[in-house]
Design a protein around this ligand. Structure first.
Ligand SMILES: C[S@@+](CC[C@H](N)C(=O)[O-])C[C@H]1O[C@@H](n2cnc3c(N)ncnc32)[C@H](O)[C@@H]1O
Length: 393
């Protein structure tokens, strides 16, 4: 016999589903706010739609509608008596400025992925995947936007000091490589900080490498270079003292070979720092993780499919610590230790790290990058729709 539906549960769930759509729409409007400078304008001071539009040099009608969405979505505040919109300082920290806590640049990932939905959907039917090339050039741009401020704010003082003695070695002069370097900002930031060391960034994408080179030239760096290279072809010689990868293992076609190549390319006392999303390899462990849907979703929409497109491993974004440990062991790293990056709780990233000692005294540090510690899936707008929802349900 069919159980009667619990109407309250239906209503709640309908509200949740529609809230997801609302969040998706708001995410795209955050991108507009970031790209038009509207958040920065709001951060400079409150104003009416006319005042804000004039200050930002934008069309008032569009600005007014955008402000209404932001206000009803809870991103900004509105005073009906004065018709003035404002950005609370706590929100400004998350949406403006050059600190690594500014999440606004990452908003463009949503629309970038949405453009590939028809191709990804087709893969559910025919298998295979959507190749990396089909995501460029806007993927490169979105990655740069997502990572740039993190490198600026956290790389030198957050990541690197977690390897005991590494800053001193970098100061003295060592050889460093970054695998899957994208537009190369990590390499360029390190190269500027440590002029005695030499740096090379490798990536599959010629377009990303061209941007990396242009930035290095613009920064006047003579100790940073970039090469288009498939990481599975990383040569054993000359050796590197320090190798990094930032979110660049799990989406590879053949990550096992890449890890073996990295181990082989490390000098006897070399260090590998692998930054990857923080997850368990077991789905059941991730059920309570509010960022897990983001990871699995990113995986379907990009990370897994680009690997499967080449007949690859398709590890997925949430490949997780257990599998990472297994694969690092298989690549030749023998013991792995997890440590947290300093100041992580104060930052919007949580960075537990895994350190592996290899048979040849190599060290591997697996930095487990978490998605920003904000509940990105909270259905912001949908929460206010009580009466109409009840009616529809
Ligand atoms: C998710 S992005 C990582 C972000 C990047 N570290 C940054 O700072 O922007 C992964 C990068 O790895 C690169 N990649 C994927 N497979 C690769 C391979 N087999 N060899 C070299 N690079 C690869 C991609 O082109 C992409 O730039």
């Amino acid at each position: 016999m069919n159980q009667p539906l619990d109407k309250k549960k239906v209503q709640e769930f309908a509200r949740k589903v529609f809230g997801l759509y609302t969040s998706g729409i708001l995410a795209m409007l955050v991108e507009i706010g970031h790209k038009t400078g509207l958040f920065e304008t709001l951060a400079q001071g409150p104003g009416t739609s006319e005042e804000l539009a004039a200050r930002a040099g934008l069309h008032e009608r569009y600005v007014r509608e955008w402000l209404a969405a932001m206000a009803t979505g809870g991103l900004i505040e509105y005073d009906a008596a004065t018709r003035v919109f404002s950005l609370p300082p706590e929100h400004a920290v998350c949406l403006t400025g050059t600190s690594s806590r500014n999440l606004a640049p990452s908003s463009q990932v949503v629309a970038m992925l949405a453009k590939r939905l028809p191709q990804v959907t087709e893969c559910f039917r025919r298998g295979g995947g959507v190749p990396y090339d089909a995501y460029r050039p806007d993927f490169t741009e979105a990655m740069d936007a997502s990572w740039r401020l993190l490198y600026d704010g956290l790389l030198i003082r957050g990541f690197l000091p977690k390897v005991a003695g590494l800053p001193e070695r970098l100061k003295a002069g060592i050889r460093v490589a970054d695998i899957g370097c994208g537009t190369g900002h990590a390499i360029n930031v390190m190269a500027r900080e440590y002029p005695q060391s030499t740096f090379v960034g490798y990536d599959l994408s010629a377009e990303a490498i061209a941007r990396a080179r242009a930035e290095a030239q613009g920064m006047g760096l003579t100790n940073a270079r970039f090469e288009v290279l498939d990481a599975t072809q990383l040569p054993e010689e000359p050796k590197f003292d320090f190798i990094t990868s930032f979110d660049a293992i799990h989406d590879q076609r053949d990550p096992a070979t890449t890890l073996r190549r990295i181990a082989a390319a490390l000098a006897p006392d070399g260090v590998y720092m692998m930054v990857e999303p923080k997850a368990s390899s077991r789905l059941e462990d991730n059920l309570g993780n509010p960022f897990a849907p983001y990871m699995y979703g990113m995986s379907v929409l990009h990370c897994m499919t680009v690997s499967l497109a080449e007949g690859g491993a398709g590890l997925g974004t949430a490949w997780g610590e257990q599998l990472a440990r297994q694969m690092l062991h298989a690549a030749g790293f023998t013991s792995i230790e997890v440590v947290d990056a300093p100041g992580a709780a104060k930052q919007h990233l949580h960075l537990p790290q895994v350190r592996a000692r290899g048979g040849r005294n190599q060290t591997c540090q697996l930095v487990r990058r978490a998605i920003p510690r904000y509940d990105v899936l909270v259905p912001v707008g949908g929460l206010h729709r009580r009466k109409r929802d009840a009616h529809h349900a």
